[in-house]
Write a new protein. Structure first.
Length: 448
């Protein structure tokens, strides 16, 4: 093992072990999130395959040289094709969680399975592989059957996953959710992995092998961390008031789909009326008992509502409830509102709120107050010198009290006689402007 490439392989073995550990953690924490479960299983299989290859290559360097000098290696292309095809399906699955079923996954997996089977049968019955050491030899040996099969499999392994990945973003596609910033990160990681794959299959030196090993291990680790943090890092639930992407009149709806669709209406009405989600221990089983359905059907109904899983749906309702009670309780703190909504973790609440609203809870409350939210005192608070809401002065508070009176409707009739006529006029102007939600600086009032 005394050769230059040994440290790189050792580092890649460590990365593969980290990738496998994250994948196992995702599988354990998947619960009702099918996307997270599929991602964890896929990354686990890929990490074990990479670990096996790196450990085998660690024993001898000439094997790496031989594999890297043989272009269009069939084992490498097949492993890449199957893995990257599964990656490309996550864009559709994240935008339409109800779409992820075993039947649809098997239907879309037919092209890579069929292509890999044809090449595997050729190797089984013939077994001859033309050595290719440069791209010029690929062009020169294009008449050989094995070269044609290898080149065709290579082109399919690049084109079909790319088209599947970008199809929901390019063509009109009924989306149950809206894209998030994580979708752009996911596509960028996919493009980087594709570039490393092209270099790996068409390069002629061992450094391309090491570069591909780093990229193929680091990017799944990064994306696995995103899936550990979020239920669905690639998309977000629809905004409140958005029309659903599909209705029972859609041609592809089946009878079971209509049942799940109607059940979600019942679930949504229950949640808005009784707000059971404010209980921190609220579970899918409790919801299923309340609506009188099985857990499987209830989970399917939640997905037809545009949510990845039950926990994402409950967190979405808690955030909407937070915004609702924030208007009713303007003096409450964020921590108090958070616990009233059912959140128990401050970090989890802030993370979910920032992803959903693209701002922190404090910024949201400040903007809502400036836009007219909150009570009368909050809406009519004058601005300080820095432009931020400030506390009205003593004279202004006295004017407001006299203007409102006991029943809140008594107008100002007089002011203390000790004020000069100019001060009286300014007080009347400020009182009128305060009532309309506008505020006048003292220097401007004196000039006018």
């Amino acid at each position: 093992m005394n050769y230059p490439g040994a440290p790189h392989l050792i580092i890649q073995i460590v990365l593969d072990l980290v990738m496998a550990a994250l994948a196992l953690l995702l599988i354990v924490r998947a619960q009702d999130n099918r996307l997270r479960l599929i991602w964890g299983a896929m990354v686990l299989l890929f990490s074990l395959s990479m670990l096996r290859d790196n450990y085998r290559w660690l024993g001898t360097e000439p094997l790496i040289v031989r594999d890297s000098l043989t272009l269009l290696s069939i084992p490498i292309i097949i492993k890449w094709y199957l893995f990257v095809h599964a990656l490309s399906l996550f864009t559709i699955g994240s935008l339409r969680p109800e779409w992820v079923t075993p039947t649809r996954l098997a239907a879309l997996s037919q092209p890579p399975i069929l292509a890999c089977t044809v090449v595997a049968c050729y190797l089984w019955f013939d077994g001859y592989i033309t050595p290719l050491h440069s791209t010029a030899q690929i062009v020169a040996q294009i008449g050989h059957t094995d070269v044609q099969l290898r080149l065709g499999l290579f082109l399919l392994s690049v084109l079909t996953p790319t088209l599947t990945l970008l199809a929901p973003l390019v063509y009109k596609f009924p989306q149950q959710r809206r894209r998030s910033r994580g979708m752009c990160i996911y596509i960028a990681c996919f493009a980087l992995m594709l570039a490393a794959y092209l270099l790996f299959v068409l390069a002629v030196n061992r450094w391309a092998v090491y570069a591909f090993g780093y990229v193929a291990a680091a990017l799944p680790i990064y994306l696995s961390v995103l899936y550990l943090r979020d239920e669905n890092p690639l998309s977000l639930p629809r905004n409140v008031g958005d029309t659903p992407a599909q209705t029972p009149e859609t041609p592809e709806f089946t009878s079971s789909d209509i049942t799940a669709y109607k059940l979600f209406d019942r679930i949504d009405s229950l949640m808005k009326t009784d707000t059971p989600f404010t209980d921190p221990d609220y579970t899918l089983r409790k919801l299923a008992q309340q609506v009188g359905a099985s857990c499987t059907l209830t989970m399917r109904a939640v997905k037809w509502g545009g949510f990845t899983g039950f926990h994402e749906y409950v967190n979405f309702l808690r955030l909407e409830h937070f915004k609702l009670i924030a208007d009713r309780m303007p003096g409450a703190t964020i921590k108090e509102l958070m616990f009233r909504c059912g959140f128990t973790s401050r970090s989890s609440f802030y993370r979910h709120f920032s992803e959903q609203e693209s701002m922190s809870p404090k910024e949201y409350l400040e903007r809502r107050n400036l836009a007219g939210g909150g009570n009368f005192a909050e809406r009519n608070r004058p601005c300080g010198r820095d432009g931020r809401p400030g506390r009205p002065g003593r004279r202004a508070r006295g004017v407001l009290r006299r203007r409102r009176g006991r029943n809140g409707s008594t107008p100002i009739r007089s002011v203390p006689s000790r004020h000069s006529p100019t001060t009286v006029l300014n007080s009347h102007i400020k009182a009128v402007l305060f009532g309309d939600g506008f505020f006048l600086r003292s220097d401007e009032g004196q000039n006018r």
